[in-house]
Design a binder for this molecule. Structure first.
Ligand code: HEM
Length: 457
């Protein structure tokens, strides 16, 4: 067995000070120290891995779990959910949620995605400047809230959404701390978020209690979770439904919003890509709004979204610990030792992607896909915790991009530079100020098979 290279550190803090810019810190490790190295948080040793096959081994083995600190962090404000669960419990709960993401359900959600996007941009006027980061955040939150709770409870859903945004920001501060603290620190106080957490849980529990008291069809994801049964007849308790609903709200909007904001930024800076995307949407949809049945023909739009997720992966970083000593390639990772990897650095590694810094949607064209290492592109993770909403997110990303590109012309100041915020998710911290310079009239019709049922209001 080999000993991994040790990352240099000059103080008793280990590499803590460099980790305050974690994105840059992890990006230089593989070029300097190789695929596997060890860095230090105070005196605690942690592994860093940047090799697709080794990452695949970690993510697909049941001998690895999320770090106790990240489970505690997410569990402390979401309650029990797939984020904090591991092993059998995680598997059985995930199985109960999975039907909510079946194909026919996704087709139903797609109607909400397009209707809500059309409704949002109908209020925009030529000459107006909008912050597209903010707009995408609101839009994806509205979509996931509607999908979860339906329009009947949209007022409460909005309250939940607002509480969630407060929590997300303050939890990110705690997360920064959690990543920097050694794993043995037993308790972290997530003070700032606690009040908003109470609002969030109370509102969700009230909606659940109302539904249980007066069961009627709502045709939304919450209904599905309340009614869902496993093969053995087991079902989710109210507390479990609450935790899973909050997990879906949490995971289901900021990631997609960040991806969309990055896509709009990249399109603004690559007019030839935008022109090709627009031409595709025009050829497939003509004057009407896009629908899920168009997606197999919106291939270039898909490539644009995939390439955005490669250059700017919203879930850019992950950690795991082995439950027992684990042989990882030529190295032994001792039980309980944290292993970090940066999806961001992996997806920009020149060994796996030619011209890694370039925005080249064609690399995801069918004729090129085979050239990409299977485990070097992991925007949705892999294994037991792989994103449960990956198809949802892909459909949402493509439909929103297609709708925006076909109905609006937006311009971005040439001097604008995005500032990166890389904490739990990876996004733009200084907004995306875009001006509406052209707008197409309201569509006269939608695809016959796909008319929005949840009318925008
Ligand atoms: C572009 C958008 C998205 C990206 C890049 C993304 C990425 C990810 C990644 C990388 C993971 C795995 C994290 C890990 O291994 O520790 C994950 C988990 C998860 N995602 Fe997503 N996600 C997106 C959208 C969504 C949406 C729309 C939903 C739901 C509507 C969702 C729900 C979840 C849930 C519930 C988990 C936890 C799964 C588990 O632990 O079993 N995600 N996501």
């Amino acid at each position: 067995m080999k000993s991994p290279a040790e990352v240099r550190s000059s103080s008793w803090l280990g590499n803590v000070s460099e980790m305050s810019d974690a994105l840059s810190f992890f990006s230089v490790l593989a070029p300097r120290y190789g695929d596997v190295c060890v860095f230090r948080v105070f005196s605690e040793r942690r592994f860093y891995v940047q090799n697709p096959d080794l990452i695949q081994q970690i993510l697909t083995s049941h001998k690895w779990v999320r770090t106790p600190i990240s489970r505690k962090l997410l569990g402390s404000f979401l309650g029990e959910s797939v984020f904090s669960q591991e092993g059998e419990l995680h598997l059985s709960q995930r199985r109960l949620i999975q039907p909510a993401f079946h194909r026919e359900r996704l087709a139903h959600y797609a109607q909400t995605m397009v209707a809500q996007t059309a409704h949002t941009i109908a209020a925009w006027r030529v000459g107006e400047q909008r912050d597209l980061v903010d707009e995408m955040m609101r839009l994806t939150l509205e979509i996931v809230s509607q999908v979860l709770f339906g329009s009947s409870t949209s007022h409460e859903a909005r309250q939940i959404g607002e509480a969630l945004l407060i929590i997300q920001r303050s939890v990110e501060d705690d997360y920064r701390l959690a990543v920097l603290l050694p794993l043995w620190v037993p308790v972290i106080r997530f003070g700032k978020a606690r009040r908003a957490v109470k609002v969030l849980q109370a509102t969700t529990q009230r909606i659940i209690a109302e539904r249980r008291a007066a069961p009627r069809e709502h045709d939304d994801l919450l209904d599905m979770l309340l009614r869902t049964h496993d093969e053995d007849g087991s079902r989710l308790t109210d507390a479990q439904v609450c935790g899973q609903v909050l997990a879906l709200l949490f995971a289901g909007h900021e990631t997609t919003a960040n991806a969309l904001a990055w896509a709009l930024y990249l399109l603004a800076r690559h007019p030839h890509v935008l022109a090709r995307l627009r031409a595709e949407v025009e050829a497939v949809c003509g004057d009407r709004l896009p629908s899920i049945t168009d997606l197999p023909h919106l291939r270039y739009t898909e490539q644009v979204f995939k390439e955005t997720l490669r250059l700017h992966p919203p879930a850019w970083y992950a950690e795991r610990v082995p439950l027992e000593d684990f042989q990882l390639g030529d190295y032994i990772v001792p039980k309980g030792t944290a292993v970090s990897f940066s999806v961001y650095a992996l997806q920009r590694d020149a060994r796996y992607f030619e011209q890694p810094e370039a925005f080249l949607p064609e690399r995801f064209a069918p004729e090129n896909v085979g050239k990409i290492h299977r485990y070097a592109y992991l925007p949705f993770g892999l294994g037991a915790h792989q994103c449960i909403g990956n198809q949802f997110a892909m459909i949402e990303g493509q439909l929103i991009l297609a709708t925006l590109a076909s109905r609006l012309a937006l311009s971005l100041p040439s001097a604008y530079q995005p500032q990166i915020r890389a904490l739990i998710t990876y996004g733009i911290s200084n907004g995306l100020p875009m001006t509406v310079v052209g707008q197409r009239a309201e569509p006269t019709h939608t695809a016959a098979a796909d008319a929005p049922s949840q009318a925008a209001h």
